[in-house]
Design a protein around this ligand. Structure first.
Ligand code: CLF
Ligand code: SF4
Length: 528
């Protein structure tokens, strides 16, 4: 394969975005997934109870992937019971976890269904906000049906309050829909990177189908037909579906608008567009042949272009197949097989419910603080009303600015304007603080990762990173420590605008940022 130098054309995407919005107005198009809601444009991962029917809200309100707000408070876990796969993707090296739902280059500890159920109960007794069990590899959940469904069946009997979720490439999906419904699996992710086999043959070298290996266009055609059929069948049965798409510059970047349109037509609830990660060290076909991933602004441009079509998820962390914890944190090391052998497991449903009620109270306070800050922001301040900026936030959960700059392994990115605050994604970074001292060499890479932001909100920051950020034109802000994120960001934005109004500074546009590729360095995520 030739080295891809094609960049996503942002202008082309804007035109495509118009086409998607026009289509949205066309007769017969529904505003939201047909299983998914009211038809209001907001009924996606950032929506709340007013945007959708109560039965849908009930399914997503504590699912950290299906509700963006929930991801600040609720945790998920994966169990790695599904090692086999029935297709080959050019961005996957089978030595590692399935890249459709995982960060490339990661190896998970494989479990039997019995081990998996013990692990879920152990995690549920230690982490009461863990509400969802997903099976997402390390191969394909539905290429290992016995192990996948045995795990779900045993767990449903022992921990009925845990939502069940699975992820698949879709090849075996149609024949598994009855089983999925039998075990009340309410959330299914299908990775769909194309709706045109001519695009698909550049992504999938082969599939294993009907007892033989099929290659080229024919392989992509069969996969496409199975994916569309499976999605339609799940929609008809009322199962919420999320579509994952890997953005591969030069191959499917502008094509993802059409994917978005087609999956919306078939009732998908959410569309999650993820960046290709293709480090050569991961040994994938793309990685070894120079196919690059998108920059942060290219990813945002494709996501923005799809707005108005199927609802977007922007808070995906490309988890590992044995991930445990809030999205963005990884506690899998605390629950290895030898450790759970030693644990006393008490699955206390009442305790879990009490904890989750507490979380709901906190979540409502966060929501109220955001609404109040937005109402205040609406007042005319004489500064350009269309100005929009990005800010980075260091958080370790609960929806608050509550992390030290040096402890962050990712920053959450919000877009601020006078009228709204929108979560636009996260940026992974290497840990700056290395057990008591700052690692100066990490600073340029951290600055690169948030280089399109005007400010970074943190609980605390040392003098050295403070100076480096300032020199790069990013304002370090620690005066909102432990406040709710949206309120803090909007208050900072009001102050920023006020300083412009007083002539103390001039607003300057920022540049692009780099999406973290290879493995991490530093304590917390070193194992991931
Ligand atoms: Fe897991 Fe996926 Fe279910 Fe979530 S993850 S199977 S829907 S419980 Fe979530 Fe992780 Fe992104 Fe997946 S952040 S990789 S979207
Ligand atoms: Fe790898 Fe997942 Fe693709 Fe299978 S479906 S080849 S495990 S990325």
């Amino acid at each position: 394969m030739s080295h891809s130098t094609a960049f996503v054309s942002i202008e082309g995407l804007r035109k495509g975005r118009q086409a998607v919005s026009d289509m949205r107005e066309a007769p017969g198009s529904s505003g939201c997934g047909s299983t998914g809601g009211s038809g209001k444009p907001g009924c996606g991962s950032s929506a709340g109870p007013d945007d959708m029917p109560p039965e849908i809200w009930d399914k997503i309100k504590n699912h950290p992937c299906y509700s963006e707000e929930a991801h600040h408070h609720y945790a998920r876990m994966h169990v790695a019971v599904a090692p086999a796969c029935n297709i080959q993707c050019n961005y996957c090296n089978r030595k590692y976890d399935c890249s459709n739902e995982s960060r490339p280059g990661v190896v998970s500890q494989k479990l039997t269904p019995e081990q998996a159920v013990r692990k879920v109960l152990a995690v549920a007794s230690e982490i009461p906000q863990m509400t969802v069990l997903g099976i997402a590899g390390p191969g394909d959940a539905l290429a290992n049906p016995r192990k996948t469904f045995d795990t779900f069946r045993m767990l449903a009997g022992q921990a009925p309050d845990i939502k069940l979720c699975l992820s698949t490439n879709g090849l075996a999906l149609p024949e598994m829909v009855d089983e999925i419904c039998k075990y009340n699996i309410d959330h299914v992710t299908i990775t769909i990177n194309m709706v045109d086999p001519r695009v698909g043959e550049k992504i999938y070298p082969w599939i294993f189908w009907d007892h033989r290996r099929i290659t080229g266009y024919e392989a992509a055609r069969i996969l496409h037909e199975q994916q569309m059929k499976g999605l339609e069948m799940l929609t008809a049965r009322g199962v919420l579906t999320k579509i994952n798409s890997v953005l591969i510059p030069g191959i499917n970047d502008s094509h993802l608008l059409e994917v978005n349109r087609e999956v919306k037509k078939r009732g998908a609830f959410l569309h999650n567009i993820m960046p290709l990660i293709s480090e050569a060290e991961h040994g994938t076909y793309f990685g070894l042949n120079g196919q690059r991933g998108p920059t942060a602004q290219e990813l945002k441009a494709v996501q923005d272009a799809c707005m108005g079509g199927a609802n977007l998820m922007r808070h995906c962390r490309q988890c590992r197949a044995d991930a445990v914890g809030l999205l963005g944190e990884d506690r899998s090391d605390e629950f290895t097989l030898d450790k759970i052998e030693q644990m006393e497991i008490v699955y206390d449903l009442d305790k879990r419910r009490a904890y989750q009620r507490q979380v709901e109270t906190e979540r409502q306070a966060q929501h109220a603080a955001k609404e109040a800050a937005l109402a205040q922001a609406a007042a005319d301040d004489g500064v350009d009303a269309d100005m929009a900026v990005l800010v980075a936030v260091a958080t370790e959960g609960h929806g608050k600015v509550n992390q030290h700059f040096g402890h962050a392994t990712e920053f959450q990115i919000y877009e601020l304007s006078k009228a709204q605050i929108t979560f636009v994604g996260h940026r992974r970074v290497d840990l700056y603080c290395q057990g008591g001292f700052g690692e100066e060499e990490q600073l340029p890479s951290i600055v690169n990762a948030i280089n399109d932001c005007h400010a970074v909100l943190v609980a605390k920051i040392g003098a050295c990173p403070r100076d480096e950020l300032k020199a790069a034109g990013i304002e370090p802000v620690d005066r909102y420590a432990h406040e709710f994120i949206e309120k803090a960001a909007l208050d900072w934005f009001a102050d920023y605008r006020a300083r412009i109004g007083r002539g103390e500074l001039t607003h300057q546009p920022r540049g692009d940022a780099r999406i973290r590729q290879g493995a991490y360095t530093g304590g917390v995520e070193a194992a991931a």
